[in-house]
Ligand binder design. Structure first.
Ligand SMILES: [Zn+2]
Length: 215
């Protein structure tokens, strides 16, 4: 089974990816994590990547693809791509790589939410300054307002989750992703699920899509 998972900020893509990989025995390929690991291990590629990031540049497509390709080849039972491809160019390069290696993407799943849903979900998020536990003032409030249930630390709103930052992140995301979504919608077996529902419900929607794939 070979799956590409797309999702807007706040859609819970990482959580769904972990659940699905466990359920279907897939290798979780999250390029963000892979890049971080290369940097931490100070590999040749990692040093290059660190240099791009230090200069505030995007990591070039061929570097990201090179890192992902190593993982794709190792994942005999199938894989789920999370956070990659991020751009239309990466999607083209991935298809080219896969067809050369006799593989293809079987399903593309897009966890979609509209802008007001994303903003409502992310700007109500709070996290513990001490242990990092995440809360939501609407859907997962702490027992005592402003205090962490686990350690009693003060809950804070991350800079990332402020209204202005969320809107900016969404704009950047839309610019990069719309062409990617359009490409997959036209060229691949593309399925959109409703990310505004509960995590359990989203898992169920995706499982409905994946259960049709022969492994
Ligand atoms: Zn805490």
């Amino acid at each position: 089974m070979r799956i590409v998972l797309l999702g807007c900020p706040g859609a819970g893509k990482g959580t769904q990816a972990r659940i699905l990989c466990q359920k279907y025995g897939l290798t979780h390929i999250a390029t963000g994590d892979l890049l971080r690991a290369e940097i931490e291990n100070k590999t040749e590629v990692g040093l290059k990547v660190a240099d791009y990031l230090k200069k505030g540049m995007l990591v070039p497509d061929e570097v990201v693809i090179g890192i992902a390709a190593k993982k794709l080849d190792e994942a005999a039972k199938g894989w789920l791509l999370d956070g990659f491809p991020r751009t239309l160019q990466q999607a083209h390069a991935l298809d080219e790589y896969l067809s050369k290696h006799g593989q293809k993407i079987e399903r593309v799943v897009y966890i979609a939410m509209n802008e007001s849903e994303v903003i409502a979900r992310l700007t109500t998020r709070r996290s513990c300054g001490k242990c990092g536990q995440v809360y939501n003032v609407n859907t997962r409030p702490p027992k005592v307002e402003g205090k962490c249930d686990a350690c009693g630390g003060d809950l804070v709103q991350r800079e990332d989750d402020s209204d202005a930052t969320v809107r900016k992140r969404l704009m950047v995301y839309e610019d990069l992703t719309q062409p990617l979504v359009a490409y997959y919608r036209n060229e691949h077996d593309f399925h959109q699920v409703d990310g505004a529902r509960s995590p359990e419900d989203v898992t169920e929607q995706i499982a409905g899509v994946l259960d049709g794939v022969k492994s």
